[in-house]
Design a protein around this ligand. Structure first.
Ligand SMILES: [Zn+2]
Length: 110
């Protein structure tokens, strides 16, 4: 049962990564579920999934680890390459899930 729940949870987070809809501040703010759309790194920057994955300095360390593991610098063009390649896809997916979960958990509690 725990296993099933774990799978569903990851699936749900992955869906939020792919659509950008879910527990990200910019999205929650749009639907008035959150006062601010800003990311915790900068009050001027909306917290979107693109920002979290590709730009947010708070995730530099994980992004660096991903780039070392795959040998590819992450940006909005290479993200599609990383996804298409079966060797790099698991690294990308793990990275996305980790970052998304941190943001979703954070937005759930404040
Ligand atoms: Zn940020």
């Amino acid at each position: 049962m725990e296993c099933v729940l774990g799978y569903l949870d990851r699936t749900s987070i992955w869906a939020q990564v792919l659509t950008g809809h879910g527990g990200f501040a910019a999205y929650l703010h749009k639907f008035k579920l959150k006062d601010s759309a800003a990311c915790v790194c900068d009050p001027e920057v909306p917290e979107t999934i693109q920002h979290l994955l590709l730009e947010c300095p708070r995730h530099d360390r994980d992004r660096y680890d991903l780039e070392v593991s795959t040998g590819i610098k992450l940006n909005e063009i290479t993200v599609a390459e990383l996804m298409a390649n079966k060797d790099s896809r698991p690294y990308l997916k793990r990275y996305c899930l980790k970052i998304a979960k941190i943001a979703i958990d954070r937005n759930r509690t404040r």
